[in-house]
Ligand binder design. Sequence first.
Ligand SMILES: N[C@@H](CCC(=O)NCCCC(=O)O)C(=O)O
Length: 251
Amino acid sequence: MRKPLVAVATDTTLIDGVHWHSTQAQYVDAAAKAAGLTPLLVPNLAADLDVDAILDAVDGVLLTGSRSNVYPALYGDAPIDANGPYDRERDATAMPLLRRALERGIPLFAICRGMQELNVATGGTLLTEIQERPEALDHRAPDLPDRAERFGLRQMVKLRAGSQIAEILDDERAVVNSLHRQAIGVQGKRIVADAVAEDGIIEAVSVADATDFALGVQWHPEFWAGSDPASSRLFAAFGDAVRSHAARRGI
Ligand SMILES: N[C@@H](CCC(=O)NCCCC(=O)O)C(=O)O
């Protein structure tokens, strides 16, 4: 049987003076191995991207994490150097893609920056440097060279009873990793908080009345999708939703 295609968001990066549209292998690997899909990387062509042509070809959208922050003017804040780096090409590509995927009922899985994009694209705002709030946990990655330690599972989140993520994980809590300095502020239209950290930061969301799988997590299940059962369940559930969508289209 053919494995359905999943559109994977990329970052615009400058390496040795050359621009790349690329993403970390961990997202591509998790989409292929843990979700059983064929990843198709989406170039950050902004208005030059034919979003419907991409969405005609795929049965799911994976919004990846990235160190860059969503451009603040997109949610009504002033851009300041300390808040960067930004990736405006990615903003201008991922947000129309995700909005149209929601309109067309195409399964959507949004990770870290991806979840923040989902919130901004639906009219919400972001908090910045959340570790500086009183009583806040430090949600940033530990300053360690080893990637497995940076992505270590170390923070408890509480799942909303009855939410799709609680059903997928079959639990009331999850232990997750944490590599972010921004978080959801005002929730976007139809964005429902499905998990919170011990300091109240929103850690997972869904889209109310979405016609298909539409889930965002502030953590990184892709890193452990091959070994941690909860991370693996999230990718398996996304893969199942994408396969059901493909089957309905007769693919
Ligand atoms: N820039 C946002 C988004 C955080 C995010 O997606 N982090 C991924 C980091 C991956 C890595 O360090 O390799 C924020 O900081 O809130």
